[in-house]
Design a protein around this ligand. Structure first.
Ligand code: ADE
Length: 233
């Protein structure tokens, strides 16, 4: 069955964008997933199809109207797919979320612009809010691409066995170990000698140790979670 992504946006021409090339692009051609971008503008109000209005309570910027957003959401088949709204105010999006979404039949993504979307429609339509990091972008389209790529690469048949996901960062709660390739010496820099030893057990132990060190120094939050699950660390 094709994993279906429907995206509601004021800029439908941005899709599939970067997802149309390489791994996700080939998967799109093979019909492993489908991507349909829906223009929000025709759902707008009045002669100018306004999609936003000034915020109650005052303040800067404009807010996307709940009736306009609901009209776009309700025009899609109500087939139980999760509806996602990327926003810096959302829960941090994680590999676990990507796995859960990839295991379903697809997603609907609502891309905001301006100051955001009226809270009532998010609650009334059970919309899940996700952030892709603690920084602010001008709209949800780039986060939508990031979220979709994270899901699509996990769909059955998308990644070959050579680029399997089992050794990736986050798979075991740790960041991945560093990688090296030829030449063995470059600008006077050599590679860790264990990688030339041919001893697979030593290599695995070195990689695991590197994963732990890197996670501990770069992501103390992940390290604390990992260590709490492994008494003795
Ligand atoms: N929209 C704007 N900034 C965002 C972010 N950091 N994550 C998700 N959606 C956003």
């Amino acid at each position: 069955m094709t994993w279906q992504a429907d995206i509601i946006t004021l800029f439908p021409e941005l899709f599939p964008g970067p997802l149309g090339i390489s791994l996700t692009g080939r998967a799109l051609e093979k019909g492993l997933w489908a991507c349909t971008a829906h223009d929000l503008r025709p759902h707008g109000k009045g002669r100018h199809h306004a999609v936003d209005d000034t915020p109650y309570g005052g303040g800067a910027g404009m807010v996307m109207r709940p009736d306009v957003v609901a009209s776009a959401l309700d025009a899609l088949p109500g087939d139980g797919r999760p509806v996602i709204y990327p926003t810096p105010r959302g829960r941090p999006f994680s590999q676990r979320d990507a796995k859960r979404l990839a295991a379903g039949s697809g997603v609907v993504i609502l891309c905001g612009r301006y100051e955001g979307v009226d809270e009532r429609v998010l609650e009334a339509r059970g919309v899940e809010q996700f952030s892709i990091g603690d920084f602010v972008l001008s709209g949800g389209e780039i986060p939508a691409c990031a979220l979709l790529e994270a899901c699509v690469r996990l769909l059955p048949g998308v990644m070959g066995s050579s680029d399997s996901a089992t050794e990736e960062s986050f798979e075991n709660g740790l960041l991945e170990y560093p990688h090296y390739t030829k030449p063995a010496e470059w600008e006077g820099l050599s590679i860790p000698s264990v990688l030339l030893s041919g001893n697979h057990r030593d290599i695995a132990a070195w990689r695991h140790d590197q994963s732990q060190r890197i996670t501990q120094s770069k992501r103390p939050d992940l390290w604390a979670q990992y260590a709490s699950r492994k008494p003795g660390i």
